[in-house]
Structures are given as structure tokens and as C-alpha cells.
Design a protein around this ligand. Sequence first.
Ligand SMILES: [Zn+2]
Length: 222
Amino acid sequence: MKRIIKFLLVTFISAYTLTCFAQENSKPAFTADEVLRELMMGNANFVQEQRKDKTEKSEKRESSLEKGLHPIAVVISCNDLKIAPEFIFDQKLGELFVIRNIGNVVDSNVLTGVEYATEHLQVPLVVVLGHTNCDSIKTAITEDKDLDHVLHLFDELEAVIEESKGQEGDLLENTIKNNVINVVKDLKKSKPLIKKQINKGEIKVVGAIYHSETGEVEIVSE
Ligand SMILES: [Zn+2]
């Protein structure tokens, strides 16, 4: 009898370990296009003030997090307090891998985060999310460049600001949009991993702008 119990126990543990292993190493549950559709539907819920997790109980949230984290998208966004990616895409805790910095620029730290999420967590979609009325980008355009923190940001954005000065329309809005498009381009060129993943159709990188006046997210680069 003891032997039978031991056998059943070992079989159960092996099956459980394999299940976990399969979850960690299996293909992503969703394609990039499916995830993008889900995020845009979530944004429509947000705009209409019909977020689905409004009534979610904290115990339910905790138990779903305990099952393991399986984010569906990476979102690179600005630090601005007006933006909360989980809110504006109507996603629960653990569903988005959010990387934030001032002006949503790309640097080695951001690249490390994107590579970790796409390679180890098999996240199929990367969204570069700029936003209207970005105070950080406004600062880089208008403030005194002798201030250390402004100079650092200006260095990151100088080429985009110069490009935007030659375009018709509002300089700030053009710079915000061009910055998103440039970050998408930089990510798509990033070797060896991200470029390879895109070429193999494993991941997709898109650029978007969050309109803080309406709550809407607009795709500006695919
Ligand atoms: Zn900003």
C-alpha cells in the first residue's frame, strides 16, 4: 500500500513539474495581433468608463497572481502621472510588462526589459506609448539646457526635436509623435534578439499615442 501511495505521489509531482515546465516554455497563448485587439478593446472600455475589473475582489486578484505571471504585452511609457497603462488598456495586475522612463525613450535598460519579456516570458507584443501634453518633452524643447537633468533628456531627444522643427503643425505634438516612431524604429533594428524575433514573426512592435483629453489610444506606427 505504501508503495502504491509513493508511486502515485511521484507520478503526481512529475506531472505537475511538467505542466509548469510546459507553461514556462510553451508558445505564447496569443498572437501579437490578438493582443493588440484586446488592448484596443480594453481602451474602448476605459474611454466609455466600463472597465471590466472595477468590481474585481482583491482575493481573486491575489489568487490569479499566485498562479504565475503571464503578461500579454510590453508597454514602454512615460513616467507622467497622467498615464497608468493597466488602467487605460483595462488590464489586470500582471497582464502588462510596463517599462517607464521620462519621455518614453529607448536605452540599454529599456532594451534589457524588452528582451527579458519577449524571450523569457514569451510576450508577443511591444507597445511604445507616447502621450499628448508630455511635460518631459516640453521641458526638453523649452527649458534651459544648462540644467543637468534637462541636458540628459535633450541629448536623447535632440535629433527628434530638430526633425520636428522642419515640419508643419505644433512642435510639441510633432516631437511626441516622432519620438514614438523613432523608438519603434530603434527597437526594430535592435540586434541580435529583437530584430531576429520580428523577422521570425514571433513578436510585433507598434507605436501609439495616448490622448489624455479623451482617454483614447491611437496607433501611429505598425
Ligand atoms: Zn510624458
